[in-house]
Design a protein around this ligand. Structure first.
Ligand code: ADP
Ligand code: ZN
Length: 719
């Protein structure tokens, strides 16, 4: 080993640096070691990524300290791939993969000294004293044994009387659990489990798309496949969308695997997250269940990576390292010869396309467990009705029946469609956030206006800020108003609202779901949050109050998202013994996304949607990279975006790739920053990433810190 290492530092630079390894370092450095190094005037964390030849590196600075356990070679390989693919510095990519508290903690964990055996006889008073102390106190911290020399401690240690060990991590879950016997699988489930197990046993990389209708028992398939891994020394990772990471779901894993499950969700403190991470590293955990970042769970060996609800947008990180956890899961499986299982009732077009092409293997669960019927779906055309309220009589009647039968109802609203805004009747403008180009939402209970992008809060003004007119009117119907109208219709119903205003934090969210589970709620009214993955057997009616609000958003995936949302929401109905019914209120009753969700026809939807995608070269047929240029000065942002455009244009020969923009982003200003975007589209992904990097470089060269350029590979958010 040479005495020089190559280090990727955790800051925004696109190269690595050489450091010298001083002799007095506590631990040997290996590839993947996390270290503290001087950088300019700061001390920063970094990762050893190589051992270059020592020649000609005089004058380099020295590593200060070795931090926690090294990143495994496989995770380092994954980091290199992500850094390259998402055009993000390697050092920062690694920082994004390990918990924050971990990168600050030192390798010297506290050590403790413990008595192993009561000795028959001892030499010297010091040894006797130490043994007495340990038998009284049980264990003592090594640092606390100031009155004893190392030779005393070492003599007792080599005689097998005491041991010196690292402090144990706090146990994460109680050990006293009795594993619950799994149910007998349905034939389709059995077939799926069989094929997954076969692949896992072969330890060959492969990806399965598990396409199972809502209530078909996908989770049970994951549980069985994981069970099969037990004793193999290989871990399993299960990714779920943050919002689906409920006590209900975790309970299912805990009942099966007890404390051998680690949980990684956003509610953990940095410390707790680091502890879970170490439990995984120490081999005391077989299964890691978590949101997006659990894809980096530090198992040395992995057999299986599950991505549940793989179509969910929340798998894409929207800042910093803009990775898509589903795609990273597939790559990680590839690096570790593992099997990836992507599950959904409404697969993303990308994954379904891959399954059709034979890139992924396709597993289908076409039936619900116990052959429960799919819910009956009816569509109500809201255009032709002259409604007095928000609810069609059919829906009102259906809710009434459920109340009488003591069954539960879910009502889905689309947040965006139900924001209340204040409009000036003189100039027609809505009152907007001063720093974001969106309307402010009126909150009745607090009587204020809020910006849902930056959190700005203000009192409703007396006059229009744009034209000083004083004829202001409240428009739209916030979820609050929808709730009031419902309460007026059903005064005695136990009603709860679930949206980001009423439900703050994990605990509140979990409590509310438990209330629904215990049937203390008759009607649950809410936004997207209520559509995800829940399994409430007593819900027999799902009403979609406004199915089409999402259809007209300036995003090529808006139709797909609408189809997924309706299908998923409908999938909450009829999961128990009683059959389910779904009522969809819409202004676009003939739109294909609505028609196909009525008949639970994924395949039909896929074919229609693919036609439109192929005409425009959108994913999954083409690849997209987005460049976003931001500046507090609009002219700077626009000029800089054009600088990027010109550089990219000069490098394109012919028609491919297509370059769109610059155009103001649909939300053209956020937190005081003007935003312009460029889209690069091509079937060839290498080419557009290189071009995007060139565009970014051009702006950085010319504008330095005055403009910020963000490259987003495979963007999900185009707003
Ligand atoms: P999905 O994730 O496909 O929507 P779940 O895995 O949540 O479906 O299963 C739906 C319900 O059926 C759950 O309550 C689950 O416990 C139950 N279930 C799943 N498989 C079986 C089976 N083979 N036998 C009996 N019940 C099952
Ligand atoms: Zn704002």
């Amino acid at each position: 080993m040479s005495d020089v290492v190559d280090i990727a530092v955790g800051i925004s630079v696109n190269k690595t640096f050489h450091y010298r390894v001083p002799e007095e370092l506590q631990a040997p450095l290996v590839t993947g070691s996390r270290v503290l190094v001087p950088f300019g005037r700061r001390r920063v964390t970094g990762t050893v990524v190589g051992f270059p030849a020592a020649a000609g590196v005089s004058g380099v600075k020295s590593v200060i300290e070795v931090l926690d356990n090294p990143v495994t070679p496989e995770l380092l390989a994954l980091a290199r791939w992500m850094s390259d693919y998402y055009l993000y510095p390697l050092g920062q990519t690694i920082e994004a993969m390990v918990p924050k508290a971990l990168s600050r903690s030192r390798l010297k964990k506290k050590k403790i000294v413990r008595l192993l055996n009561q000795p028959a006889a001892l030499r010297g008073t010091k040894q006797t004293e130490l043994v007495r102390m340990l038998s009284e106190q049980g264990e003592v911290e090594l640092d606390g044994l100031t009155g004893f020399s190392f030779s005393t401690i070492n003599a007792l240690k080599s005689a097998g009387i005491i041991e010196v060990v690292e402090r144990e991590l706090p146990p994460a879950a109680p050990e006293d659990f009795i594993p619950v016997a799994p149910p007998l699988l349905m034939p389709e489930q059995r077939e799926a489990v069989h094929r997954i197990n076969e692949a896992v046993a072969g330890a060959q990389f492969g990806v399965f798309l598990l396409h199972g209708v809502t209530g078909s028992g996908k989770t049970e398939v994951y549980l069985h496949a994981i069970q099969q891994l037990a004793g193999s020394g290989k871990g399993a990772v299960v990714l779920v969308p943050e919002i689906a990471l409920t006590p209900q779901l975790l309970g299912r894993f805990r009942k099966r695997f007890g404390s051998r499950v680690a949980v990684l969700h956003s509610g953990l403190t940095d410390r707790e997250r680091a502890d879970e991470y170490r439990r995984i590293q120490s081999g005391r955990v077989d299964v890691a269940v978590g949101a997006r970042s659990a894809v980096f769970a530090p198992f040395e060996k992995i057999g299986l990576i599950v991505v549940d609800e793989e179509h969910e947008n929340s798998y894409k990180q929207d800042e910093g390292l803009r990775y898509h956890a589903r795609d990273v899961a597939v790559m990680r499986a590839k690096f570790q010869n593992a099997v990836a299982v992507l599950g959904s009732a409404t697969p993303s077009l990308e994954s379904y396309y891959n399954a059709k092409n034979g890139k992924y293997r396709y597993l289908r669960l076409a039936n619900r467990v116990d052959h429960r019927p799919m819910p009956e779906v009816s569509i109500i055309d809201m255009k032709t009705r002259s409604l007095t309220g928000l609810y069609a009589p059919t829906l009102i009647e259906a809710v009434k029946q459920r109340l009488e039968r003591n069954e539960q109802t879910l009502l889905l609203l689309n947040r965006r469609g139900f924001s209340s805004v204040i409009i000036c009747r003189e100039c027609g403008a809505a009152i907007k956030c001063p720093s974001c180009s969106v309307s402010l939402t009126y909150h009745k209970s607090e009587q204020n206006l809020k910006c849902h992008y930056c959190g700005f809060i203000t009192r409703p003004p007396a006059a229009c800020p744009a034209c000083a007119g004083i004829d202001l009117k409240l428009l739209g119907s916030g979820t609050q108003k929808v709730e009031e109208e419902l309460q007026a219709l059903f005064p005695s119903a136990r009603m709860r609202r679930m949206d980001s205003d009423t439900v703050k934090g994990r605990d509140a969210y979990d409590r509310l779901l438990q209330q629904v589970d215990r049937r203390e709620v008759d009607i649950l009214l809410g936004t997207q949050m209520i559509a995800k993955g829940h399994d409430f057997p007593s819900v027999t009616l799902v009403g979609v109050v406004d199915a089409d609000v999402g259809l007209n958003l300036p995003d090529f995936r808006s139709t797909e998202k609408t189809f997924q949302l309706i299908t998923q929401a409908a999938g909450r109905a009829g999961r128990g013994d009683a059959a389910g019914e779904v009522i969809i209120q819409t202004m676009n009753p003939n739109h294909y996304s609505i028609l196909h969700s009525r008949t639970h026809d994924y395949e039909g939807f896929y074919h229609e949607e693919m036609q439109y995608r192929s005409e425009l070269g959108y994913p999954p047929l083409g690849r997209v990279v987005k460049l976003e240029v931001k500046s507090p000065k609009e002219s700077h942002a626009f000029e800089a975006a054009n600088t990027a455009r010109n550089r990219i244009r000069s490098l394109i020969r012919g028609k491919d790739p297509a370059l769109l923009g610059p155009a103001p982003a649909p939300i053209s200003r956020v937190r005081g920053q003007y935003r312009f975007q460029l889209l690069l589209l091509s079937p060839k992904r290498e080419a557009i990433r290189t071009l995007a990097a060139e565009g970014r470089k051009a702006v950085e060269e010319k504008y330095g810190r005055r403009c910020k350029v963000i490259v987003d590979v495979d963007p999900v958010n185009l707003m």
